[in-house]
Write a protein that binds this ligand. Structure first.
Ligand code: PXP
Length: 279
């Protein structure tokens, strides 16, 4: 069944048109090697904090669609929205509205559950990133243990990819998980950079080497290599020794920074730092 906005009348009032000047966007200095996916979940987190129980309120804000448009104006190459089973931030209607309204690829982040899979099959986003989901977690805490659930993940990957969606596996920089991701036919992996981001000095150096080994192996197996979690303009340069990176997915830092300088500028600032990546 095709998902629609009809169930969510307050969303159907939105115009669904983009105010972004596509020409201006393409004037921005872009790194042709490394793309930026902007995760806008926390814009919905803020709206839900006040309006979870009154989704029809005419003054419900901030707008997830407006955030999507601002991220695009700042130079986002794709947008990530995580439709969690507990719907703690992004709602089905946010995903549908953003997909209808913007022209850049949508990366739908999701757990491997039948309910969310059916939604992804109906919406056909450009990308899906499969993540572990745990009710107690504050954010996605670790990578998927792909090798422990190859059969069910292979089935999900095949259903999505034969439906026109490229699938990425969010994994720790663990060589066995890289191999398992390739075995089940995923086209991409996203390497979890949370440990990298939370360490300093020699410990960060060690984690960077793990990320490099995982990236090299993944690349040799034909996988596209993405990375994300905990990345900031301050720690990103330390990641530049990791080869073969295609796309970074960044959320929390950009939304935090946007409180002070606006989302468009926060995304443009990140793009500027990303231009230092050459491997
Ligand atoms: N990639 C994945 C798979 C994630 O789960 C998240 C967090 O939602 C991110 C990237 C972005 O992480 P952060 O919000 O720390 O930038």
């Amino acid at each position: 069944m095709q998902p629609t906005l009809a169930k969510w009348p307050w969303f159907s009032q939105a115009t669904g048109t983009s105010s972004i000047d596509e020409e201006a966007r393409h004037d921005l200095p872009m790194n042709p090697i490394l793309k930026l996916g902007v995760n806008i979940d926390h814009v919905a987190t803020l709206r839900q904090a006040r309006y979870r129980t009154m989704p029809d309120a005419p003054n419900a804000e901030p707008s997830v669609l407006q955030a999507a448009e601002e991220a695009i104006a700042g130079g986002a190459d794709s947008l990530t929205l995580h439709l969690r089973a507990d719907r703690r931030h992004i709602q089905d209607a946010d995903l549908i509205l953003v997909m209808k309204s913007v022209r850049i690829p949508i990366n739908m982040e999701m757990g491997n559950t039948p309910e969310i899979l059916e939604i992804a099959l109906g919406l056909r986003p450009a990308y899906v990133c499969l993540v572990p989901e745990n009710r107690e977690e504050v954010t996605t805490e670790g990578g998927l243990h792909v090798s422990a659930q190859e059969d069910s993940l292979r089935d999900t990957v095949q259903r999505l990819q034969s439906n026109g969606t490229s699938v990425s596996m969010f994994i720790d920089p663990d060589l066995e998980q890289v191999r398992a991701s390739a075995r089940i036919g995923a086209r991409m992996i996203e390497l979890h950079t949370g440990t990298f981001a939370n360490r300093q000095g020699a410990e960060r150096g060690r984690e960077t080497r793990r990320l490099s080994e995982a990236a090299k192996l993944g690349h040799s197996l034909g996988l596209q290599i993405n990375a994300g979690h905990g990345l900031t303009t301050a720690n990103l340069p330390d990641l530049f020794s990791v080869p073969h990176l295609s796309e970074l997915n960044i959320g929390h830092h950009l939304i935090c920074r946007s409180v002070f300088i606006g989302l468009r500028s926060a995304v443009a600032e990140m793009r500027q730092v990303m231009n230092g990546y050459t491997s």
